[in-house]
Design a protein. Sequence first.
Length: 498
Amino acid sequence: MTESNPAIAAAVAHLRRLSNKHLYGGKLQDPISGMAFPVVSPATRKEVGSAAQGDAKDVEAAVRAARAAQPAWAAMSPRARGRQLVEAAKQLNDHTEEIAALLALETGKAIRTECRVEAKVLADAFEFYGGLGSELKGETVPFASNMLTFTQREPIGVVAAIIPWNVPLLLMALKIAPAMVAGNTVIVKSAEEAPMSTLYVVEILSKLLPPGVVNILSGDGPTCGTPLISHPSIGKITFTGSVATGKIIAHAAADRLIPTTLELGGKSPMLVFKDADLERTVAGAVSGMRFTRQGQSCTAASRIFVHNSLLDKFVQSLSDKVNAMVIGDPLDEKTDIGTIISDQQYDRVKSYIALGEQSKGVQALHLSRLPQAPELKNGLFIQPVIFTGVGNDDRLAREEIFGPVTCVIGFDDDEDAIRMANDSDFGLAATVWTSDLKTALNATKRLQAGFVQVNQNIVVQPGLSYGGVKQSGLGKEASLEAMLDHFTSKKTIIMNMD
Ligand code: NAI
Ligand code: MG
């Protein structure tokens, strides 16, 4: 199809070259057990590579490498560490086309609307944190006049980063870049569904950083994740993924009394008040629902509360916009919407769509068209769906679907909209759409969510604190304080001068 494109040809070659490998201690490594699992393109369902299956022995070897590297890495000045990450950002920027193609091949996300964007933000995250080395400052404390009292920030040691498949590169960067600048060494466990793009990025990093500073293992949760999160030399676990796995990780961390950061799911409300600018709001719903990522986003606007005076127009206009989007080959520049990541997720999303179709009073609008090309006929494509007539208590409005499915729910009273928005187990993100400052301030103040936007819905950005409340997680990522609070330990030093 697109093999004549040099970036895609290079990505295909990387997939072969990196097959059946972990990377630790500065080198590509064979899995000690010899086990591997196939990497399948969800668009063609063809095998595009093979990933090493890590187990406790690989974990042991990677932890040993990370531990050995940590003291010398921590002894470097923070700015010198940061400079290495800024250099890494340049290298990543030079490779964005290949990174994007690799990501599209293994995840089925569209290259133009998603993968290239992610590859660029990946580099941006390294540049951002690379510049923050000198911010690892302590404080002087006016405790007593005869005592010099101060704090210093120290690295924790070896950090385990467990990442998902939906935005694997950015989510990995937002964990490992601050951890490394702060003087920790890291071991990434990639997601089974997206092991190769992360491995390629770690390979680029490891060519610049001292051996053992950045390490990556692939493998499933039970075989590779379990020994990693329970290893006695891991000092911190940072995780993004499902609530269920987040709780397993929190238990493992509790057993060893180590800190964790958890970024879990969402059922993020979008509140459209009666004075909202309709055109802008509809465009915001398209980007906010992350239709170009097949809705596989923890911040997807999957519950849209619309004032009843705007409801019909809103649904019509949103349907028109989504109908105009192209579902197709992820590697094709014309494609807006690619595929669902895996059979498991495909079946899960389909089961929610079936649930809606069987529910009394619920209407389903199936939008855009499935691709017709013969080579894509087995691809994991799903048409976006807008449900109307859903109650906020229905499973469709309560559970994270993680697919291109949103529920539009009408309201008359603004208070009702805020109450319904907060009536959720989750509290990750929320957006408010209005032309009235008072309405905006009232809603943003009262919404139970960690990341709230007015009249826009953009994704997490380096520099902005990001993280949820309730079942959506613990701790913050992406900002300066995310590095300070989550990847360092503060020591208080009191010197008696008498
Ligand atoms: P998951 O939470 O099981 O997987 C995420 C990561 O955790 C993967 O690297 C996986 O290998 C690892 N993992 C799984 N079990 C583990 C264990 N016992 N110990 C250590 N690591 C373990 O999520 P999954 O199964 O891929 O997706 C299920 C649902 O989770 C999705 O439908 C979606 O609702 C939610 N999800 C949310 C994400 C977010 O961005 N917050 C990302 C991915 C999934
Ligand atoms: Mg799972």
